[in-house]
Design a protein around this ligand. Structure first.
Ligand SMILES: *C/C=C(C)/C=C/C=C(C)/C=C/C1=C(C)CCCC1(C)C
Length: 238
């Protein structure tokens, strides 16, 4: 039996391990707190827990996959995103529901996130030769989500849902605009030749390691931080 040693400067493995534990701990926290939460916020806090729980399991697999193969677990990464990103979009619907959010808003957000991720997957795996085109379509879907949250339906509804919801929506909107922007950056770092002729990292193997570290840090901030914003909203009076 071969022993899998981790070099002390292997930040890819390091962030996979930390990511797994952080996601697990966050899930336990959110799940236990559901019972201490006011009825109207329970579903939102539960969904926060589901997001980190789904990620915890994928991180557990990705950690093992990376340890055994030394490669980037792109497939698991996208399966994880396909489940967790639509759920994050559902959170926007849940918190603006009391101001009259319609179910169609939820489906719009889910559809846009699915388009964003499926086209991103094509560009990163199946059709790398056209990664710029797929990245552009994915980026358009991303901007549509950001538009709905910053200026569109979500923004308008949140203004009528009380000060706490408006404030939380604004913080979550920053997560989507800045926190989520890290992923296309990882995509550009990992794309051979880079995008728009900008070659950030010459060696593709090294580039994919950077990409994993960037994604691992972003996931922890975006999934746990996002959930904590919802959690703190659930502790507010109105
Ligand atoms: C917890 C995981 C999250 C919040 C993942 C979010 C992922 C994205 C916002 C990915 C976006 C992409 C683009 C906008 C263009 C290039 C391809 C993607 C899929 C990396």
């Amino acid at each position: 039996m071969e022993h899998l040693k981790i070099a002390s400067d292997n930040y890819v493995a390091f962030t996979f391990f930390i990511g797994t534990m952080a996601m697990m701990a966050a899930s336990v926290f959110f799940f236990f707190e559901v019972n201490n939460t006011d009825k109207k916020w329970r579903t939102s806090v539960l969904v926060s827990g589901l997001i980190t729980f789904i990620a915890a399991i994928h991180y557990y697999y990705m950690r093992g996959y990376n340890l055994e193969t030394g490669e980037s677990p792109t497939f698991f990464r996208y399966v994880d995103w396909m489940l967790t990103v639509p759920l994050m979009c559902v959170e926007f619907y849940l918190i603006t529901r009391k101001a009259g959010a319609k179910i169609s808003l939820m489906w719009k957000l889910i559809a846009a996130s699915v388009v964003m991720l499926v086209t991103g997957y094509f560009g990163e795996t199946i059709d790398r030769g056209s990664s710029v085109m797929w990245g552009a379509i994915s980026g358009a879907a991303y901007f549509y989500i950001a538009y709905l949250i910053w200026f569109g339906e979500v923004a308008k509804l949140s203004q009528n849902a009380g000060a706490s919801v408006a404030k939380a929506t604004r913080i979550l909107a920053w997560f989507v605009l800045v926190g989520w922007a890290i992923y296309p950056l990882g995509y550009i770092l990992g794309t051979p030749g880079g995008l728009f002729g900008i070659k950030l990292v010459a060696d593709p193997a090294v580039a994919s390691h950077y990409m994993d570290i960037v994604y691992n840090i972003a996931d922890a901030i975006n999934k746990i931080g996002f959930g904590l914003v919802i959690y703190s909203l659930s502790r507010k009076e109105d």
